[in-house]
Design a protein around this ligand. Structure first.
Ligand code: UD1
Ligand code: CA
Length: 466
């Protein structure tokens, strides 16, 4: 049986009170609609149609070519939204999964189980349901004496008895494709919200003598529909727990899962230890046997094996095996460390490559630089890469030694094995193997300290008399 999918993503999400369209709000670093389309992909649907409206361009730009799109120019309800897909899917025969773009925690396994019940029972529709102690805000699932689903009633249309029902509609369904579009043609907007409800097709099917099943998930997280920021925070927490659990089971030690934030899609090797306050953002890959944190914020970066990163931020960078970063380092985009490098406290790197075994241990800024192997950059040494208009490059050869408080005025090349003495402001290239000194020669004036103190004292007394 052909599988098709429709993702509803046209709503504005007024209750979010946001400039960002609802389905683009991230949950653990990934927009909600991205979670949903990824799940649908896992369910191996041959075609996925996303209904877009508010923020259509932004949603399309984010999802890209992975789906087909239909514009729902006016948001007249979920039934109206699904109907927009008729021009694309109306001729298809098969099973159509419908998922809302604001239910990021639904899983592919549950959709699979729902599809199984759907197929085995010959139902026209199967609804994914859950049982909530507090069902407020959700559509209620009304079952008949035989246990089959009779109707779904929206909160605003509920009688007191219906409102007391705890089983809710999660907003995920599967349908016989042909029957779905036939029933949608009969849906009216005669209800409390004046909308065309997708949920009304259930009643329409029942009247036509069709079977409607309800598949009840025991994982309540799957049922969360994010309509406001309270639910967004709840979804974030539940997704975080789920992701942490995935990494724990994969062999990662997380000292305190409650204070460790791992976004969707992050990969971590086994026997890596994460200390509290660690934030691993989207696009990050971490190897085995690393020690990350406390307080490490790593985004879009690739980290090798046996690496230590503590009290530091790392963005769009690469760190080679056995390197150590921090405490208090800032690796800005384009930093690349080889094997066994050391970046110490209050060091900032930007667009800088360090080859194997190089060290920048304290209080440095290295930007737009290419540093060779086994180079030592002393405390407080910096690259002077910017004249207010242009950026210039610094090249430091293998085994060079850059003394403390050296200014490397770029563009500049320091040759292999060169040695720059502390406090130098170097404006010209240093050939390989040379010693470079660029500072005033020291002068000591014997006993002069006393003289200078007396002069200062006299000056102070004079100014008091005046
Ligand atoms: C819907 C269900 C409700 C269910 C709940 C689960 C209906 C009538 N109600 O209610 O039974 O318990 O989800 O979370 O279906 N959308 C469009 N176009 C529209 C309207 C909505 O694309 O014209 C999209 C929204 O962007 C959203 C999704 O459909 O992603 C659900 O819409 P929403 O308004 O959040 O429905 P609920 O009131 O939550
Ligand atoms: Ca919703």
């Amino acid at each position: 049986m052909k599988r098709l999918a429709i993702v509803l993503a046209a709503g504005q999400g007024k209750r979010m009170k946001s400039k960002l369209y609802k389905v683009l709000h991230p949950v653990c670093g990934k927009p909600m609609v991205g979670h949903v389309t990824d799940i649908v992909k896992e369910a191996a649907c041959e075609r996925t149609v996303v209904i877009v409206g508010h923020g259509a361009e932004a949603v399309q730009a984010y999802l890209g070519d992975g789906a087909e799109y239909v514009l729902q120019a006016q948001q007249l309800g979920t039934g109206h939204a699904v109907r927009q897909a008729e021009q694309l899917l109306g001729q298809e025969e098969g099973t159509t999964i419908v998922v809302c773009g604001d239910t990021p925690l639904v899983t592919a396994e549950t959709i699979e189980a729902m599809l199984e019940l759907h197929a085995s029972s010959g139902a026209a529709a199967t609804v994914l349901t859950a049982s909530f102690d507090n069902p407020t805000g959700y559509g209620r699932v009304i079952r008949g004496a035989d246990g089959a689903v009779q109707r779904i009633v929206e909160q605003k249309d509920c009688s007191p008895e219906e409102a007391a029902v705890k089983e809710i509609n999660t907003g995920t369904y599967c349908f016989d494709n042909q029957k779905l579009f036939a029933a949608l043609a009969q849906v009216t907007s005669n209800n409390a919200q004046g909308e065309f409800y997708l949920t009304d097709v259930v009643g329409i099917f029942r009247e036509a003598g069709e079977v409607v099943q309800g598949y009840c998930t025991s994982d309540l997280a799957e049922a969360i529909g994010v309509n406001d920021r309270v639910a967004l925070a709840e979804a974030e927490r539940l997704m975080r727990e789920r992701l942490n659990r995935h990494h724990l089971l994969g062999g990662v030690t997380i000292i305190d899962p409650a204070s460790t934030y791992i976004e969707a899609g992050v990969e971590i090797g086994s026997d890596t230890v994460l200390y509290p306050g660690t934030i691993l953002r989207a696009g990050t890959k971490i190897g085995e046997d690393c020690v990350i944190g406390p307080q490490a914020d790593i985004a879009g970066s690739s980290i090798g094996n046996g690496v230590t990163v503590k009290y530091s931020t790392v963005a769009d960078s690469v760190i080679g095996d056995e390197s150590a970063v921090g405490p208090y380092a800032n690796l800005r985009p384009g930093s690349k460390l080889g094997r066994g490098c050391k970046i110490g406290d209050f060091v900032e790197l930007k667009n800088a490559t360090l080859d194997d075994g190089s060290k920048v241990s304290h209080l440095s800024y290295i930007g737009d630089a290419e540093v060779g192997k086994e180079v030592n950059i002393g405390c407080g040494a910096i690259t002077v890469n910017y004249d207010g208009y242009n950026k210039f490059k610094t090249v430091v050869g293998d085994h060079a030694f850059v003394g403390s408080n050296v200014n490397l005025i770029a563009p500049i090349t320091v040759g292999e094995g060169a040695y720059i003495v502390a406090g130098s402001t170097v404006t010209h290239d240093v050939p390989a193997g040379d010693l470079s000194i660029a500072r005033e020669r020291q002068v000591n004036k014997p006993g002069y300290a006393e003289k200078i103190r007396n002069r200062a004292k006299a000056k102070k007394e004079n100014s008091r008399k005046e």
